[in-house]
Design a binder for this molecule. Structure first.
Ligand code: 6R9
Length: 655
């Protein structure tokens, strides 16, 4: 029996071998919050031994409490309640608590607009702005529990609006400012939104996109929305509807900068964030106040090794969970200086990110594989123009990072000096679940390494049992954690069905993973994306990484297509760096995959394309490619697709 044959039915084969290991430098480890593998292990074991005692101590030390909690956890699958009886406020933890700790005059927020304008706010100043806007919300009759929809560009006011909602107990629903009117209306109606916040327009690659016009269209179909606040950002003309629409600047002009934070129950919902399902309508993922805030804060400190003088830049938009947990709530409640950038990474030129890092002396950068692959494609010359020596930690999130992209990030951006934290987590988990701790855990390109303290991953086979070490299976989480989702807005059945039914008692992540002989975890892609070739179940990421390791390839996506003999065959979609798509290159790539990971994983077909269909947050949408590869009509939700023309051109090519 070959090594690649399944040992028990339903497991997933691995075809990738990655042996490179990158320990942190002794200087890095010495200065780090968590300095060694032993120290990590000790913390992990303490949490594992008595999770409730661990999180209770964390919560007491790291959140401000108006009233202390009396019960740490109440858990009845799938409903978790943390820190019962306690009262806190996330906006207080991000602002007032920092000022009380003497950080009032430190920079909380650095902002760079796409046209080059900029702004700096200290914790005192940010506090003042949030209070004024919180008073606006109160004046408009917003009370705890009301839902406020935010559809804005990455301006300081977006963070201010979120924090103001949190301050008065309103539940925000941030909708990425690239979604259509239809998508906004669907989300607003599902959540019963009372107030909409938007801006006149949004700068994107030098052009102004008319956000308010899109909102007008959405509000015509959002029956529950009573008022709409409009920020003047791009100066484009907008139609203001009498009695409904109000200018941000008019409203704050009359408000005081004193607005005490409302003490809220630990379990009061902090926000809803919609995430697309592969089938059906988007789900409103609901997060709590105390548990979420604690988890975002502590995971931020652990994973990025945050130190007082760091300048931290997470490039995610606040329309995604990464922007919630690691632009706003995590870093600010840890007293960090955050940088926000409004625009595109290639405007006015492909070196914009590197220019920003040099200008602000960014020390921690957190971005996504889709961006890294684009930078590689654009060429090293854009990076070489800038001094990136301020960087000390690099992060990645959103998709698996192909080992060759990891190596480029490590050497070209990090100068071979900065640990890379490949962070695995989900909208549903609230914060990072698995990641290297940069001073403690040696990294391997493509692995998210180990679980954070308090996180108990299990890899389960189709038979419901844990798989053998080295085998792939469904990634589940075994014990509740404070940052976990509290439900799907208005749909408890779907919550139970989607996350808690397949493997009883455990949270089903929807991803596959394996653990290697060092105990490191490797995410193997979505459960739905597994390809079954002659009874061998293969993960998408491994085949894709083999393709991306060829110098001509920029990006690759592989999917299953029906095959009479093998059951399924592999179809690959490939974008190139600079090379021309020739028949020879196609053959060369097939041979390359065969050489890297074996004949079994060799694609049957390679399609060259200019771009891959992605979500607006940059994830490759394999299920759309699967439909194309098998010649099927499109099924499922496509509202998150970034660029419909990509799909049209792929379909066109097919005919
Ligand atoms: C934070 C975020 C979650 C899904 C997740 C997985 C994929 C995220 C990853 C990763 C491999 C990583 N994913 N981080 N896969 N390695 N480091 O992205 O949340 O938008 O809800 O997506 O993204 O498939 O299940 P969300």
């Amino acid at each position: 029996m070959s090594e690649q044959q399944s040992q028990s039915s339903g497991d997933i084969d691995t075809v990738m071998v990655e042996t490179r290991l990158f320990p942190p430098s002794p200087e890095f480890s010495q200065a780090a919050r968590i300095k060694s593998l032993e120290e990590y292990q000790e913390l992990y074991d303490t949490a594992a031994k008595d999770p409730e005692a661990f999180w209770a101590a964390e919560a007491r030390e790291h959140l401000h409490w108006f009233e202390p909690f009396t019960q740490t956890l109440q858990w009845e699958t799938p409903d978790a309640q943390w820190f019962l009886g306690g009262k806190t406020n996330a906006s207080y933890n991000c602002l007032d608590a920092q000022i009380a700790a003497g950080r009032g005059d430190r920079t909380a927020l650095l902002w760079e607009g796409e046209p080059g304008d900029s702004l700096k706010l200290t914790f005192n100043e940010l506090h003042r702005e949030v209070c004024r806007f919180a008073n606006v919300l109160k004046r408009l009759g917003i009370v705890p529990g009301d839902v406020v929809s935010i559809y804005m560009p990455m301006t300081p006011e977006l963070a201010i609006a979120m924090l103001a909602c949190a301050r008065v107990g309103a539940v925000h629903s941030v909708i990425f400012a690239g979604f259509s009117a239809e998508a906004i209306a669907d989300r607003n109606n599902d959540a019963g939104v009372k107030l909409q916040i938007t801006s006149d327009g949004l700068y994107r690659r030098g052009k102004v996109l008319p956000l308010k016009a899109t909102v007008d269209e959405a509000l015509a179909k959002s029956q529950t929305v009573e008022k709409c606040i409009v920020l003047r950002r791009a100066g484009n003309e907008v139609a203001m509807q009498e009695g409904r629409d109000l200018w941000w600047h008019d409203l704050i002009a009359q408000e005081s900068d004193d607005c005490p934070a409302t003490p809220l129950d630990s379990e009061a919902p902090l926000f809803i964030l919609y995430t697309s399902g592969s089938t059906g309508t988007p789900k409103g993922i609901r997060h709590s106040t105390a548990g979420y805030n604690l988890f975002a804060k502590r995971t931020f400190q652990w994973v990025f090794d945050h130190q007082e003088d760091d300048i931290y830049w997470c490039t995610a938009d606040c329309g995604w969970i990464t922007g919630h947990s690691y632009v706003v709530y995590g870093p600010l409640s840890a007293g960090a200086t955050i940088l926000m950038y409004e625009g595109a990474p290639n405007y006015p030129a492909e070196d914009r990110f590197w220019e920003i890092i040099e200008k602000y002396k960014v020390s921690i950068l957190y971005t996504a594989p889709t961006a890294i692959r684009a930078f590689i494609k654009w060429g090293d010359e854009h990076v070489d123009k800038h001094d990136l020596s301020s960087l000390r930690v690099l992060g990645s999130v959103g998709e698996g990072i192909n080992p060759e992209a990891w190596m480029w990030y490590y050497n070209k951006i990090g100068g071979g000096r900065c640990p890379i934290v490949d962070t695995w987590w989900q909208t549903e988990t609230g914060g990072i679940m698995m990641s290297p701790l940069p001073g403690a855990i040696a990294t391997k390109p493509g692995s998210c390494t180990k679980p954070l303290p308090g996180v108990v991953p299990k890899i389960i086979g189709e038979d419901g049992q844990e798989v053998a070490r080295g085998r792939g299976g469904m990634l589940c989480i075994d014990h509740p954690w404070p940052g976990m989702l509290r439900g799907i807005w208005g749909d408890p059945e779907r919550f139970q069905e989607q996350y808690w039914s397949k493997v009883p008692g455990m949270y089903l992540t929807g991803d596959n993973a394996r653990q290697d002989s060092d105990g490191y975890y490797w995410i193997m892609g979505r459960i739905d994306d597994v390809i079954n070739v002659s009874g061998h179940r293969l993960s998408t990421i491994e085949v894709e990484s083999a393709l991306v390791s060829h110098p001509a390839v920029a990006e690759a996506a592989v999917v299953a297509k029906p095959d009479e003999i093998k059951g399924q065959a592999i179809a690959a979609f490939v974008t190139l760096r600079v090379a021309e798509p020739t028949e020879e290159l196609r053959k060369e790539l097939l041979m390359h995959v065969r050489k890297e990971i074996g004949a079994l994983a060799q694609p049957d077909a390679i399609r060259f394309t200019n771009s891959l269909p992605k979500t607006r947050s940059g994830k490759i949408m394999r299920r759309l490619l699967r439909d194309i590869a098998s010649g099927k009509a499109q099924t499922g939700d496509t509202s998150t697709l970034e660029d419909y023309s990509v799909l049209a051109s792929l379909r066109g090519d097919e005919e």
